[in-house]
Design a protein around this ligand. Structure first.
Ligand code: UT7
Length: 333
């Protein structure tokens, strides 16, 4: 028998420093109007001087633990999804474990903007198999220190922000409690790895980076935006439906939809395509930009704090990102 699983706590942390589209106008040839129209973003958060990824992850994790009414030493394993790690190695999860204390296993998982969904799938499997009782899943990104603030990088740079979100996944053994992560589906298409990627530093060259790479700006992320956009609006509805079908849940029975926050236009397009009413779709990209692996757990934590997520509600999480990678989850909250 597989054990049912439940998200028992959510947490989030966004740095205090607000960076508006107008602020970016000072640094590159862009405009508030372009950014709002093409992406829906109005502002994003960047870390303040001295802040590190682990600071964000710790704040989000502690909130999730408090909400779950758990002490850090009650956690059996930490899964941290990130594409912007504290160090090249070890992963940010190890720095987080040092802050929380204890000797539980921990590891980083890199699946870019689908990282949280991949991490949640791993956590669910670990708990459902009986291996662990409680797994902390964290999405944590500090993009701002790795972006190209010249006009050359404007297509990518204006989209991203820093932040962290976390959830606690626990075994649900209460017969009367129907909460469960019902189904999860993940996909990837590595042949498109270079359509949205950050090439350097890389183990492919001695010293991990060289002047030639710096000259062609290989140490900044690059993206074929329109190509990514087209795949996102195709893959997201596909995997969302696939997951709901697997869970035998009807789309109209879902109370809230949580989509990765890459572009407001992508999310509205997908919602329209599926006939999802605007009031059922949660977005915060306007305030935080794209926080990659942290976007979905931040959305969940915000919804909980606003009282929008009720126990027993059916909810759907869906994301798409670099890799390409994409996935969806159907949950009874
Ligand atoms: O989270 C991971 C997944 N990521 C995504 O899903 C992102 C998917 N892609 C997108 O969201 C959109 O493609 C973007 C928001 C990145 C771009 O929107 P777009 O409507 O596809 O614009 P575009 O790339 O075709 O660029 C249109 C014009 C170009 O100028 P020309 O060639 O028409 O003269 C760009 O150079 O806009 C220009 N442009 C900008 N202008 C002002 C590109 N970036 C900027 C900018 N400010 N920041």
């Amino acid at each position: 028998m597989t054990i049912r699983t439940k998200i028992t706590g959510t947490g989030m942390y966004l740095p205090d420093r607000v960076v508006t589209n107008k602020d970016l106008e000072e640094l590159m040839d862009t405009s508030d109007e372009w950014i709002r129209q093409r992406s829906g973003i109005v502002e994003r958060r960047y870390i303040t001087e001295g802040q590190q990824p682990v600071d964000l992850a710790e704040a989000a994790a502690r909130q999730a633990l408090e909400a779950a009414e758990l002490e850090p030493d009650q956690i059996d394993c930490i899964v941290l999804a990130t594409l912007s790690s504290q160090a090249d190695f070890p992963g940010t999860s190890f720095f987080l474990q040092a802050r929380l204390g204890g000797n539980m296993p921990c590891f980083d998982l890199q699946a870019q903007c689908s990282g949280f969904l991949y991490g949640l799938t791993v956590a669910r499997s670990l708990v459902a198999s009986g291996q662990y009782q409680r797994v902390l899943v964290v999405g944590c990104e500090v993009h701002s220190t790795g972006l190209d603030f010249s006009t050359h990088g404007r297509d990518v740079t204006v989209l991203f922000g820093d932040g962290s979100g976390a959830v606690v996944v626990e075994a649900n053994t209460d017969e009367d409690d129907r909460s469960d992560i019902l189904e999860m589906r993940l996909h990837a298409e590595g042949k498109y790895a270079k359509k949205l990627w950050l090439e350097a530093p890389t183990s492919c060259v001695p010293g991990r980076i060289n002047q030639e790479m710096m000259d062609r700006r290989a140490h900044f992320p690059s993206m074929q935006g329109k190509f990514v956009f087209k795949h996102a609006v195709t893959r997201m509805p596909q995997v969302l439906r696939e997951t709901l079908d697997a869970a035998s849940v009807k789309l109209e029975d879902i109370s809230l939809f949580f989509f990765h926050q890459a572009n407001l236009r992508i999310n509205e397009y997908v919602a329209n395509n599926l006939g999802i009413p605007a009031e059922k779709l949660r977005n915060n990209i306007q305030r935080y930009g794209n926080c990659s692996a942290a976007s979905i757990p931040i959305l969940l934590a915000e919804a909980e704090r606003e009282g929008a997520l009720k126990r027993g509600d059916l909810v759907s999480l869906t994301g798409f990102g670099s890799g390409f990678s994409w996935g969806s989850a159907a949950l009874r909250w």
